[in-house]
Design a binder for this molecule. Structure first.
Ligand code: GLU
Length: 426
């Protein structure tokens, strides 16, 4: 089996990310007694585009990169979601990520559907020039299906403001006029929003405090472990520490670092800034593995790395009281029941990390009205939106006597199903 082919299959007994998404979808659909026709519309992506992008590398060689853009739904508004650069991105993963965006936008209450994109590339192996040519090539290849009222990409793993800047530039050249609202997560100077870079981590902080409140745990007495130290993990760590939580462990691909007195997060961030974004060699904590980090005896665990970190293989060893999903899909569906039986509260990705797309929406609104807000204004609106969303989902959880995850799916699927009925596309 070729590499690509293998990537589209489930790994061993684990479900693929799309199957994991569908398993929760099915449970929520049953609670809602969703009719068959609506179920069939919502279960499959509306549009899937696969592109091959030829790029002249610095050594003159021509390489071809595979890229994707999936629009899961445009029922409640244009598709919305990030672009991921990773060597093992595959269509099944992008499909799951696109569907999660549909549910996430519904949960946080922004008027969008869901989409996602990706390129099979390890961005760390490319020079800046190669990355720019690849990104512009991708923008050209998907230009027909994106747009401020069609599909609005944003950053995700492996991409940041620079890639967004190249895409908005390329798209604007194609359209013959500056079109900032085609993409969010842009640098502030060219139409990005204040507060966007920190938005996902800030939202994770708000969700964590809300969860601790329901459990009567004081933030200042709580300990926390964070897996992943990219944009989401590092900002979550910084803001949670500011709120008084003791962040005893952090990690990235180089491994984990544990300090029972609390990691100096500012020192860890400085370390990554001077060390090609890596925690490798960080001396502010004893070295542990990522696996050990997940199984630490802490109050809060924030998986902010990638899919399928908590699975049926390790769920039984998790000791945290609350899991706040900074990443998309870090818990496989097989682990849900094990965590629920252990009475661990899981704040699902489609709620916990919705702060990012929430501020993306504010960026798009600012682009369209041509009037820009202060960072305080952005943060205050987003925090209020996160608190309201948490409250909504918590109430549904109580009503249906289910988990926060299934409650979030129930809310989102019901909303999109109602939108479908109103628009009459059945
Ligand atoms: N990639 C982020 C996510 O998974 C942000 C998407 C967006 O802002 O559109 O939520």
């Amino acid at each position: 089996m070729g590499k690509k082919e293998k990537n589209t299959q489930s790994h061993g007994t684990e479900l693929s990310p799309f199957e994991s998404m569908m398993k929760r979808f099915d449970i929520a659909a049953k609670h809602l007694e969703l009719d068959k026709a609506t179920y069939n519309v919502l279960k499959s992506p509306q549009k899937q585009l696969i592109v091959n992008i030829p790029v002249v590398m610095d050594n003159g060689e021509l390489r071809v990169f595979e890229g994707f853009r999936v629009q899961h739904s445009t029922i409640l508004g244009p598709a919305k979601g990030g672009i991921r650069y990773a060597p093992d991105v595959h269509l099944e993963e992008v499909k799951a990520l696109a569907a999660w965006m549909t549910w996430k936008c519904a949960v946080i209450g922004v008027p969008y559907g869901g989409g996602k994109g990706g390129i099979c590339v390890n961005p760390k192996e490319l020079s800046k020039g190669e990355l720019e040519r690849l990104t512009r090539g991708y923008a050209k290849a998907i230009a027909d299906i994106i747009g401020p009222d069609q599909d609005i990409p944003a950053p995700d793993m492996g991409t940041s403001g620079q890639e967004m800047a190249w895409i908005v530039d390329e798209y604007s050249h194609i359209k013959g006029g500056y079109t900032p609202a085609v993409i969010t997560g842009k640098p502030v100077l060219i139409g990005g929003s204040e507060g966007r870079v920190e938005a996902t981590g800030r939202g994770v902080m708000v969700a964590t405090l809300a969860a601790l409140k329901t459990l009567d745990i004081e933030p200042k007495k709580a300990t926390c472990a964070i897996q992943g130290f990219g944009n989401v993990g590092s900002v979550s760590a910084k803001l949670l520490a500011q709120k008084g939580l003791r962040v005893v462990a952090i990690s990235d691909a180089s491994g984990g670092y544990y300090n029972e007195h609390g990691i100096d997060i500012a020192a860890a961030i400085r370390h990554t800034e001077n060390n090609k974004k890596s925690l490798r060699g960080f001396t502010g904590g004893k070295e542990i593995t990522n696996q050990e980090l997940l199984e630490l005896n802490v109050d809060v665990l924030v998986p902010a790395a990638r899919e399928d970190q908590i699975t049926h293989a390790n769920a039984d060893n998790i000791k945290a009281r609350v899991i706040v999903e900074g990443a998309n899909g870090p818990t496989s569906a097989d682990a849900d029941d094990i965590l629920a039986a252990k009475d661990i509260m899981v704040i699902p990705d489609i709620l916990a990390n919705a702060g990012g797309v929430c501020v993306s929406y504010y960026e798009w609104v600012q682009n369209r009205q041509g009037l820009y807000w202060t960072e305080a204004e952005v943060n205050q609106r987003m925090e209020a939106a996160m608190e309201a969303a948490f409250e909504r989902i918590y109430k549904i959880r109580t009503k249906y006597k289910t988990t926060m995850r299934i409650a979030a799916y129930i809310y989102a699927i019901d909303k999109v199903a109602q939108g479908l009925k109103l628009r009459g596309n059945l």
